[in-house]
Design a binder for this molecule. Structure first.
Ligand code: SAM
Length: 291
């Protein structure tokens, strides 16, 4: 357990008042960034896993510690870093406080399985993504929507998922390379996605006119990622910044067919950003601007 300014951090990351409950509102949980993170491997890893961990560390500019037989606490002590990325045979895990998060295709797996049974996927249909399409996912997150797009676009398509958080992007980029599942279509789709770390609002400015069939935005809602294990960490990693109108203008310039954005059921953000073609059903709304 760590203590800061008279407040106690529980190891599960939740704040517990110690002496100054009035300060609780002003203190946020410890930052998870490359500056507070080190990379290591699972215990007794072979040279292949060590080499993967070295690549992750180099990309993030973090120290890399060969684990040997050390415990997580000993790796934290040796590196002086609070948060660890642990590379294993099939996973790239973030261990921060008492929480652990690793890449998983989440709903992408069941959505692809449904598409393989010729069932309809609401987002794929609404965005009109089909074989050979180029899709620019401006809010990559955990990569689930991008993986479903990659399945719909097939081998001849191209899906780029841009995520602003360096740590989240690294976990998803490397995790999706080594994740294994018996459904090969899910694996093939995730391996085809180009996961990249950038601010998509800036990246869109550098893209040529009409070079992507679909540009997609799925910004954070208040409730996104609130409920599942490990997803409290994703909330801490993710950028909560709303989509700027300038980003939608750039998306309209680079899109050949349409710009699509997800919103909660009321669709208020869609309306504010000029989306008029809105599909409202269940807890989600999708908006589309057609070129
Ligand atoms: C709700 S999540 C996206 C979930 C994703 N569609 C999926 O299926 O996993 C939104 C993500 O967009 C990222 N984000 C927000 N603004 C961004 C920007 N300007 N550039 C890149 N990523 C951004 C956040 O960090 C967050 O991870």
């Amino acid at each position: 357990m760590r203590f800061a300014s008279g407040l106690g951090w529980r190891t599960d990351g939740r704040l517990r008042p110690k002496t100054r409950p009035d300060l609780l509102r002003m203190v946020s949980p410890p930052d998870i960034s490359p500056a507070t993170t080190a990379v290591t491997t699972s215990r007794g890893s072979d040279p292949t896993i060590t080499a993967r961990a070295e690549i992750v560390a180099k990309e993030l500019g973090c120290p890399m510690l060969r684990r040997g037989g050390l415990s997580i606490a000993e790796v934290r002590d040796s590196t002086g870093r609070e948060n660890l990325i642990v590379v294993t045979t099939e996973q790239v895990r973030l261990v921060a406080g008492g929480s652990v998060f690793w890449f998983h295709p989440n709903m992408a797996r069941s959505r692809i399985e449904a598409m393989l049974r010729s069932e309809y996927d609401r987002l794929v249909e609404f965005a009109g993504v089909t074989t050979g399409d180029r899709v620019f996912d401006a809010t990559g997150g955990l990569g689930s929507d991008a993986i479903v797009f990659a399945h719909a676009a097939g081998q001849s398509g191209h899906v780029c998922a841009v995520e602003r958080s360096e740590i989240l992007s690294a976990i998803v980029r490397h995790g999706s390379r080594y994740y294994e599942h018996r459904n090969r279509e899910v694996i093939k789709a995730m391996r085809r996605v180009m996961f990249t770390c950038d601010d998509s609002s800036e990246l869109l400015k550098t893209e040529a006119d009409r070079t992507w069939d679909v540009v997609y935005f799925d910004p954070m809602f208040d409730v996104t990622y609130k409920t599942s294990q490990g997803l409290d960490l994703v909330r801490r990693l993710a950028s909560l910044e709303p989509v700027r109108p300038g980003a939608i203008d750039q998306a309209c310039r680079v899109a050949r067919r349409c710009v699509v954005m997800k919103d909660r059921e009321e669709g208020e953000r869609l309306k504010a950003l000029g989306f008029r073609d809105i599909s409202q059903r269940g807890k989600l709304a999708y908006g589309r601007i057609t070129m």
